[in-house]
Ligand binder design. Structure first.
Ligand SMILES: NC(=O)C1=CN([C@@H]2O[C@H](COP(=O)(O)OP(=O)(O)OC[C@H]3O[C@@H](n4cnc5c(N)ncnc54)[C@H](O)[C@@H]3O)[C@@H](O)[C@H]2O)C=CC1
Ligand SMILES: O=C(O)C(=O)COP(=O)(O)O
Length: 531
């Protein structure tokens, strides 16, 4: 039987044509995204779901999606899809990471001009027969400072366009290396400096737990008087109530928003304020971008449903069906190794070196390397996947090298990942046991044997008595159950590490208590994508 796909948002009909041409049954219901109940009722009939941002793929929808194999997002942001729930259900989530980036960057620039010159208000006034020439006094962009929060694909294009407009550009992005910033011609700064210096601020980060409310009341308070703020990324990045107050007080001179905390936005604290320009999530709304993303998503979904080939998946590595069988656990290991280092690293990454030894050295190293690189980056951006990660690393000037050898002794094979940042070098090694389970076997050159759990705690200390007691007691007193406890040290009395596999996340106050003991140099709560 031919696979069946549901298109539940307003995708270009090009997508429908491609599905049909490739022999896939397709139902085109572009308004269904608004009707959760109906979607839940019918989703079990489909192998694929093609969406934009209106359809919310919640655990409830996934729960009912008994035959669903792939969700294709014709666009970039996947915050409307519960990716954990999709992974658990075995549903692949794909996006089209590059198809609408130019269009969205152009919208941000258009919004910047619109708010600088009050074009929408001036237009409405002129249409109404008024001739309010002196009311709409604007500001020039030339010579002004633009602060770009998130200098990835879209932010990078905005930087280039703004430089062309003779603006001075500041960028805040923890994953932007100094060399890349120099190449782009932007000044890499910390967030506080950007807030203090920018005349215009534009956001281009994904909505994640780290970026949610990045322009909080407190951060908005740090901005320069007269600042203008553009948001074409996601609602939820800015405290809309605080911004509305600052617009009313005159501290913020204007705002241009394409995206809102609640969408569709029928009411919003920013509505009807003077010099606030609003568009209804039009960032990706050009003929060109919609053709690009519809074509890409339909091809990717068809490939997967018909051949098993995986491209631009956020929750699954791109490998062929035969490879997947043998390499699956090693890919998972590579992802965990990268993710360990990603979660430990706050500074820009300069180089990534990966050593493959023993059985693993004969496998598809590209896929394994991509999995490690994506693992490193995904703590800052969950939308990075195995396909986009190496490209992004290249664009950011991160050097990736791999070494293949076959001298594995104690283990049948292992992977050792070393990451060089602007501050230090970090390394971790791991293997896959015969039960197919990945393990960490070396951190900072210290041998260990650690089972990998969803929630973990990593600590470093000087080798001395009392560490196990302190960790055990603090976890016990705070109701954090330890499933597994692994220790390692460089030498007696030397550098020592502990990795705890725990049943629930270690809360911040518990980490603070551990710090108070004065026994530890480093304490980090970590999370791994373990089903
Ligand atoms: N308005 C619209 O219609 C559209 C909106 N978007 C939004 O734009 C977002 C960005 O898209 P791309 O540039 O393609 O993504 P990208 O992944 O290329 O760039 C995102 C950048 O944000 C950086 N970042 C992550 N966490 C950060 C943090 N805490 N602080 C500062 N920077 C951080 C990353 O390092 C990365 O460089 C998407 O996630 C989506 O939500 C995308 C397309 C259309
Ligand atoms: O691609 C994205 O992230 C977007 O936000 C575009 O959203 P849309 O497809 O226009 O609903």
């Amino acid at each position: 039987m031919a696979p069946k796909v549901l298109v539940s948002d307003k995708l270009s009909e090009t997508a429908v044509q491609i599905f049909r041409d490739r022999g896939i049954d397709v139902d085109f219901m572009p308004d269904l995204g608004k009707d959760k109940e109906k979607l839940r009722e019918i989703i079990s009939q489909y192998d694929g779901l093609a969406i934009r941002s209106a359809t919310k793929v919640t655990p409830k929808i996934l729960d009912a999606a008994d035959n669903l194999k792939v969700i294709g997002r014709a666009g970039i942001g996947t915050d409307n899809i519960d990716k954990d729930a999709a992974s658990k259900k075995g549903v692949i989530v794909m996006n089209t990471p590059f198809g609408n980036m130019i269009t969205t960057a152009e919208h941000a620039i258009a919004m910047m001009f619109a708010v600088a010159r009050q074009i929408p208000e001036a237009s409405a006034s002129t249409h109404s027969g008024k001739w309010e020439k002196s009311k709409f006094m604007g500001v020039e962009l030339t010579g002004k400072t633009l602060g770009v929060i998130g200098a990835g694909n879209i932010g990078g294009i905005v930087c280039a366009r703004a430089l062309g407009l003779k603006m001075k550009v500041l960028a805040y992005d923890p994953f932007l290396g100094q060399e890349k910033a120099d190449q782009m011609g932007v000044e890499k700064v910390e967030l506080d400096e950007l807030l203090a210096r920018a005349d215009f601020i534009t956001l281009h980060v994904p909505l994640t737990d780290q970026t949610r409310n990045i322009l909080s009341r407190e951060n908005l308070g740090k901005t320069k008087p007269g600042v203008r703020i553009v948001n074409c990324a996601r609602g939820g990045l800015v405290d809309e109530v605080a911004l509305a107050e600052l617009l009313k007080s005159g501290h913020v001179a204007g705002a241009a928003f394409d995206v809102f905390a609640e969408e569709p936005a029928t009411e919003n604290p920013l509505f009807n304020l003077p010099n606030v320009v609003c568009t209804p999530h039009l960032g990706a709304a050009t003929t060109e971008a919609q053709e690009n993303v519809a074509l890409q998503v339909a091809e990717q979904m068809s490939d997967y449903l018909l051949t098993g080939a995986v491209t631009n998946a956020l929750n699954m590595p791109s490998v062929t069906a035969e490879e997947a069988k043998v390499m699956g656990p090693w890919i998972k290991l590579a992802d965990h190794l990268g993710n360990f280092i990603g979660q430990m690293t706050d500074e820009p990454v300069k180089a990534i070196n990966i050593l493959y030894d023993g059985v693993v050295s004969g496998m598809n190293l590209d896929a394994l390397t991509c999995a490690s690189v994506a693992g490193i980056m995904k703590s800052a951006n969950p939308e990075v996947n195995m396909v986009s990660a190496p490209l992004i690393a290249k664009e950011r000037g991160i050097k990736i090298s791999t070494t293949r050898q076959d001298k594995s002794g104690a283990f049948e094979g292992y992977i050792k990942l070393t990451v060089v940042t602007s501050e230090r070098e970090r390394s971790i090694g791991g293997t896959v046991f015969s039960d197919g389970k990945p393990r960490f076997i070396q951190i900072k050159g210290i041998n260990i044997d650690a089972e990998i759990g969803r929630h973990m705690l990593y600590t470093t200390n000087h080798d001395e008595p009392g560490i196990i007691g302190a960790l055990g007691q603090t976890m016990g007193e705070n109701d954090v159950n330890i499933a597994n406890f692994t220790l390692g040290r460089s030498a007696v009395g030397g550098e020592a590490i502990a990795l705890l596999y725990v049943d629930s996340p270690v809360p911040n106050p518990v980490i603070a208590k551990l710090h108070e003991t004065g026994l530890f140099q480093q304490i980090r709560a970590l999370q791994f994508d373990v089903a």
